[in-house]
Design a protein around this ligand. Sequence first.
Ligand code: ADP
Ligand code: MG
Length: 516
Amino acid sequence: MKSKVRILHLEDSQDDCELIRHILVSEGIDCEMVLCDGRERFIEVLEEDDFDLIFADCTLPHFSGQHALAIARELAPGTPFIFVSGTIPEDSAIESLRAGATDYVLKDRLSRLGPAVRRALAEVEERNRNREMEQRLRQAQRLEAVGTLAGGIAHDFNNILTIIKGYTSLLPLECQQPEKVRSIAETIDRASLRGSELVNQLLAFARKSEGSFTSTALNHRVREVTSMLRPAMPQNVSFELQLAEELPEIHADPGQVERVLINLSTNARDAMPEGGKITFSTSVVRSSDMPMPTGLENEEYLCLRVTDTGFGMDEVTRQRIFEPFFTTKPRGKGTGLGMPVVYGLMQSHNGLIDVQSAPGQGTSISLYFPIPKEPMLHPVALTPESPESVEGTEAVLVVDDESDVRYFLEVILNSHGYYVLSARNAEHALEKLTDSRGHVELLFSDVGLPGMDGFELSRRAREIQPGLKTILCSGYSDASLKTKMAELDIDGFVAKPYDMNELLKAIRAILDKGKK
Ligand code: ADP
Ligand code: MG
């Protein structure tokens, strides 16, 4: 037991307080009492100080014990509260315990006080111990997840790099045979695509990818994704849509929502090797009807549910599905990132997830999205212009600190007719721009440069040459990047790793912007 027990005593009789202290001390409970006899003082002391226990008399001249209990639950919810009173009506005693009092002791039966105090303090200690254990467990689980994550990434990337490295070393051997060179290049391209898909899943999981939240019609997204997926599904897998009419729109990132629908559908398909049905349903539910506590009463959520008739999961699997890289699928088939991405999405959308599944009983995954109280503004959609030709003769200033990347850009742009100047950093680029005396029509720069970054470079470049068109590129595209680009009035953005066609289209479109 603690050396000195601090007790807040709500009591109007100084004598009673002394007596009680005396009894506790004689029971071997060393204590320090802080006496107060009114509402204001009670609140003041509770707000200022921490106590191990609260004693309260039921009937004070201007303050009731019940009232004090309510205040204590609010201000010091973890502190045991014991009524020590002359009289406690039977029904009010039960009512008090129900309202959160720890115990009650009558003043003419003070021999009960010592044991009551001991029990209350022991309970608190037990509760603290449990909390600590829980925290340690959670910490251990987190560490385990990080370990699994790192191991999984390493494994997948190694496979991808093995393909890229291996096929690259084949190139010089086969360079006399154009057909073989082409097929090698295709294999390398496919492997790179797998690499960037892995990165995308990881970024979505880390919630670092571009979160463009807008007013989203869930039914519309479900229809889009299902019609896109249908041809890719085996013949024996059918889709059913049960979409509630006139759903409110939610505040969401449509791209992420689609990714999640794809992940859930893929899992459902994998769980039905013999075929079956995937049902997509949407509905509005009240928080009181949801399977988990929401902490909010009478709140409405939009529920998106994906149900399959597959082989389901046992309890052990169900517990682990949100762990990154947890998979029960054979090597090369599962990445174990599908469900973590679903989890990440619901985190970033303040939503909740419920998983119902049992072996042989199919699986039903429900995603609950909060329904916004106020209508949202629809942002202006950027209509991507698709230029007819991707050729050009303009001068483009390319800035990247990786010489291999610069080389690639130079070759591609040259082969499409452009005149290319290149620079390895911002200072170098500004020099070249000054020397070119207005000939450069487009600045194409990486955001992450050593020293001055791409943003600062574009700002300075426009001081030298007002109105210079600018495209920035980066492997990282989060919302803050978007904001900054808008602030600086950057004309375009290209994500890394580059897709050659996208890149050429973007350059042509930006160069043509405003001309005609
Ligand atoms: P992956 O699909 O790559 O294995 P996920 O994170 O998408 O990774 O899923 C993790 C695991 O959860 C799966 O390997 C599977 O065991 C289980 N799982 C997920 N969805 C379902 C489902 N609909 N039916 C049965 N098992 C599922
Ligand atoms: Mg999956």
